[in-house]
Design a protein around this ligand. Structure first.
Ligand SMILES: Cc1cc2nc3c(=O)[nH]c(=O)nc-3n(C[C@H](O)[C@H](O)[C@H](O)COP(=O)(O)OP(=O)(O)OC[C@H]3O[C@@H](n4cnc5c(N)ncnc54)[C@H](O)[C@@H]3O)c2cc1C
Length: 380
């Protein structure tokens, strides 16, 4: 019997473990998931949570509601992976042998390197506690300048900061605070979104709503005392409330096991999902440096190739199944409307979805039901 170990139980790890456990016979394989957290969070809700206090039970579920009983769950953390001996050192003092390993450790939000999130007026919405703090701050906001900026790229869900900005605009209008507020959106490129056609749409929406776009802003630091965000080039922009997407890095276990690139992300083959230069090792989701967005949707579509290849290898065959980079993305433009993007390694986002529709908005808002009932459980 083979030990298949999945390291990390976020969306990618849980859904892959569930699918593997369903596809493989118990006498052939034991699927083990290493994860210390006892809950799973539907993160897209964070875009709205700053504004609407949706009950946490709607977007946070206990592990036993999303993980199949066929998966052996180890409630601990992986400290180090020895890919030659195929052994994992665990935080509970044990070691675990693997025949195949799937890395799904996600990205670490490096809040410490910013050293500013303890301020009452500096926030982000990429973690639960941070989103809660932002919610409180927005509730008490009476007007001024709000600045939204990433610190580094890549970050999870490329449109999320722009989505947040659109919903913020709507929220301020609903509270009659929009004419008392300047919104500035800072981005390191000459346009507000990497892909030109999508960028055009985002810019159009910014213009219509009076959101100021500041191009080529490469974040360097925050001057907390003087309430200024400063770029690498020395440009200074004042704020009353700052929403700063934290730097994303690879997890400690990846770095300390020598499996990461400069930022600590795992280098894997973009087609097969096999980790480069390491046997019997795959990687999926936000922990990778694949040329796709760090998103649940991308991980979902990539998982089919990973699972097929891993099973082929178990049968002594070549892992020939290829992921073509296909993914979808809904860009929220208000509480109720969205654009839909569809893209792959071969083609940029298709024009067909770039309509700002209520239907897409509805789909995005209600998607957490599909996420918890089917997607994470591995039924789709
Ligand atoms: C605000 C926001 C909006 C988003 N919107 C969308 C959207 O609209 N559409 C979309 O598709 N995606 C969206 N995303 C992105 C999506 O949520 C993530 O891409 C997805 O959750 C990544 O899943 P993951 O399992 O790869 O990583 P994670 O969810 O980060 O899970 C990694 C897991 O690994 C565990 N781990 C780490 N180190 C170890 C270790 N050493 N040992 C054991 N376990 C470990 C962690 O505890 C964690 O549970 C959004 C994200 C945010 C923050």
């Amino acid at each position: 019997m083979k030990n298949i170990v999945v390291v990390g139980g976020g969306f990618s790890g849980i859904s892959v473990a569930n699918k593997l456990a369903r596809k493989l016979r118990r006498k052939d394989a034991k699927v083990i998931l290493i994860e210390s957290k006892e809950i799973n969070i539907y993160e897209p809700e964070f875009v709205f949570w700053g504004f609407k206090n949706t009950p946490q039970s709607k977007f946070i579920k206990p592990m036993n509601k999303v993980l199949s009983g066929k998966v052996n769950w180890l409630r601990t953390t992986a400290l180090k992976i020895d890919s030659e001996k195929r052994i994992i050192a665990l935080a509970n003092g044990d070691t675990l042998h693997y025949d195949y390993i799937v890395l799904a450790t996600g990205a670490k939000m490096d809040e410490d390197s910013v050293n500013a999130y303890d301020e009452d007026n500096i926030h982000h919405f990429y973690l639960l506690d941070a989103a809660k703090k932002l919610q409180e701050s927005l509730k008490n906001f009476k007007g001024g300048t709000i600045v939204i900026s990433p610190t580094t790229v890549p970050y999870k869900c490329p449109p999320a900061p722009a989505e947040f900005t659109f919903v913020l605009d709507k929220f301020l209008r609903q509270r009659n605070l929009r004419d008392k507020t300047t919104i500035k959106y800072l981005y390191p490129l000459m346009r507000p979104y990497p892909e030109p056609r999508v960028s055009e749409k985002v810019q159009k929406n910014f213009d219509e709503r009076g959101i100021e776009f500041c191009e080529f802003f490469n974040y360097e630091t925050v001057d907390k005392n003087n309430r200024k965000i400063i770029s690498l080039e020395g440009e200074e922009i004042g704020y009353d409330l700052l929403v700063l997407i934290p730097p994303h890095k690879g997890q400690k276990v990846i770095i300390e096991s020598g499996l990461g690139d400069r930022e600590g992300f795992v280098s894997a083959d973009k087609f097969t999902l096999k980790v480069n230069d390491h046997d019997n090792m795959y990687a999926i989701g936000d922990c990778t440096n694949l040329p796709i967005s760090k998103s649940g949707a991308a991980a979902h579509f990539a998982s089919a190739a990973l699972i097929k290849n891993l099973i082929l290898e178990m049968k002594g065959k070549e892992p020939t199944k290829k992921y073509n980079g296909f993914t979808v993305c809904f860009i929220v433009t208000s509480f109720r409307r969205s654009l839909l993007l569809v893209f792959s390694y071969k083609y940029p986002p298709r024009k067909i979805g770039l309509h700002n529709l209520f239907l897409y908005g509805l789909f995005k808002r209600s998607f957490k039901i599909v996420y918890f009932k089917a997607l994470i459980k591995g039924y789709l």
